[in-house]
Design a protein around this ligand. Structure first.
Ligand SMILES: C[S@@+](CC[C@H](N)C(=O)[O-])C[C@H]1O[C@@H](n2cnc3c(N)ncnc32)[C@H](O)[C@@H]1O
Length: 276
């Protein structure tokens, strides 16, 4: 499943339901991304490019940082996702956030940005370093390039204590689906080499996972949501979603609560560097 561009076909669903899921995921990841952007030095008044904007969640987070004197331009190949993003922006009365439909390498989004950011987008690219280079070309000298990407290590099977859990089985299934679909499953750790190969300085990096247990942890709904977004792909790949999707979040919670488990998400790895 490869596009004419050489990139693997996008693994996730493209639907209104998926754009809503991205919004819920953004709420779950908010702290991790906000910390990365703060560490990267994003601040009021900056002009920022957000690549792979999806439903606009990172662009809106950035808009809150750069404030009314700043500007945010979001780029995505998915026009329907951008219409959702635009609607959310208008509902918030933000006139300094706009979206451009197109590939992150070629979209007419402008240049000379003070920063470029992206979350969960390089993992879908056949050549992440080449993508980073084209994105960095749109940033001025002294500007910042910050990305946050998943790291799904197929070798790590224990993401819960106790280890035998529906959470672990489901996590392995998600990793296998992404791997078989040709995604960069270890994009998090590959960020370092991708920055260097793109001609950027060695990035400062951080690694965050969300960890929890008990009935109130948001991870059960998050993981079930990811499975839902991958379901059409899993179906094509012959991978079975365990039981009914509608009840997966509840079953993940009941299983974890029943064994007193603590569970944790894969790594969300952040990287940032200043363009020379
Ligand atoms: C998992 S979503 C993440 C959306 C958003 N960054 C967030 O964290 O909520 C990945 C997005 O990257 C977009 N994308 C993938 N390849 C792209 C490309 N070559 N150029 C622009 N956008 C791309 C997809 O269309 C999708 O909207």
């Amino acid at each position: 499943m490869v596009n004419p561009s050489g990139d693997p076909a996008y693994a996730l669903a493209r639907s209104q339901e998926e754009y809503e899921r991205l919004g819920r995921q953004a709420a779950f990841l908010h702290g991790t991304t906000a910390r990365l952007l703060r560490d990267a030095g994003l601040s009021a008044g900056m002009r920022v490019l957000d690549v792979g904007s999806g439903a606009g969640d990172v662009a809106l987070l950035v808009a809150g940082i750069v404030g009314p004197r700043g500007e945010v331009v979001g780029v995505d190949v998915d026009g329907a996702a951008l219409r959702t993003a635009q609607g959310r922006t208008e509902a918030l009365g933000l006139s300094n956030v706009r979206f451009v439909e197109g590939d992150l390498a070629t979209a007419e989004a402008g240049d000379g940005f003070d920063a470029a950011v992206g979350r969960l987008v390089l993992m879908y690219r056949a050549d992440p370093a080449a993508s980073l280079r084209t994105v960095a070309n749109r940033v001025r000298s002294g500007g910042v390039i910050a990305f946050q990407e998943l790291d799904l290590d197929p070798a790590i099977t224990a993401r819960s204590l106790p280890e035998e859990s529906l959470w672990n089985d489901t996590g392995r299934l998600v990793t296998e689906a992404f791997r078989r679909a040709g995604m960069q499953v270890r994009m998090g750790r590959q960020l370092f080499g991708a920055y260097v190969a793109a001609g950027l300085p060695e990035p400062a990096m951080c690694d965050e996972a969300l960890v929890g247990g008990g009935p109130g942890f948001g991870g059960y709904a998050w993981l079930a949501g990811v499975v839902g977004a991958l379901e059409p792909l899993m179906h094509k790949l012959g991978l079975d979603v365990p039981g009914e999707l509608d009840t997966l979040a509840d079953r993940l919670r009941d299983d974890a609560v029943g064994s007193g488990a603590v569970v944790w998400t894969p790594s969300f790895v952040g990287a940032h560097a200043t363009k020379p």
